[in-house]
Design a protein. Structure first.
Length: 168
């Protein structure tokens, strides 16, 4: 048996590594959103923080799925916006590879801070602007999510009232 040593292709290996990171990140995002949504609903009920009128009505699986879908869509929008900045950094030559550009962009967008990458001084102000953009858009997404969550809960309340009225 002849054993051929694996010689990494410098163009393929980073793409596989980036794909694995993005795939794992997507899977972890979906799982995190579902856990977070279920945890928030459970804590709200356990601590008695929901409206009295909502306590009698349970949030059904359709409404839960809708809230999770909204959260995933909002995350997708943020990933697209991070990708926009990362693509720009690559196009102007500020960063040399996609993984570094995405890492830098996500760090700036989320206001985590700028990672220690060899980022040119000519573009560092744009990194700060991206942080401001991310801060505002994350806040906007939070407001939209809260508004949508309130609508879904109100619809569930009204549905419960209609069902209670039809039983009388």
């Amino acid at each position: 048996m002849i054993v051929i040593p694996h010689i990494p292709d410098p163009d393929v290996e980073p793409a596989i590594a980036l794909g694995a990171q993005l795939g794992a990140g997507t899977l972890l995002l979906v799982i995190s959103v579902v856990i977070h949504a279920a945890g928030i609903l459970a804590a709200t009920r356990f601590l008695g923080l929901e409206d009295r009128s909502l306590r009698a009505h349970r949030l059904d699986i359709r409404a839960f799925g809708l809230l999770v879908s909204i959260a995933i869509c909002l995350f997708a929008l943020h990933f697209i916006e991070i990708g926009l900045f990362a693509g720009f950094y690559l196009a102007v030559g500020a960063l040399r590879d996609l993984e570094s550009a995405l890492y830098f962009s996500a760090s700036a967008y989320s206001t985590l801070g700028q990672p220690d990458l060899d980022f040119p001084d000519d573009w560092r102000l744009l990194g700060a602007v991206e942080g401001l953009v991310g801060f505002v858009l994350i806040g906007w997404s939070t407001a939209v999510f809260i508004t949508d969550m309130t609508k879904v809960l109100r619809e569930e309340e009204e549905k419960g009232e209609r069902e209670a009225g039809s039983r009388e």
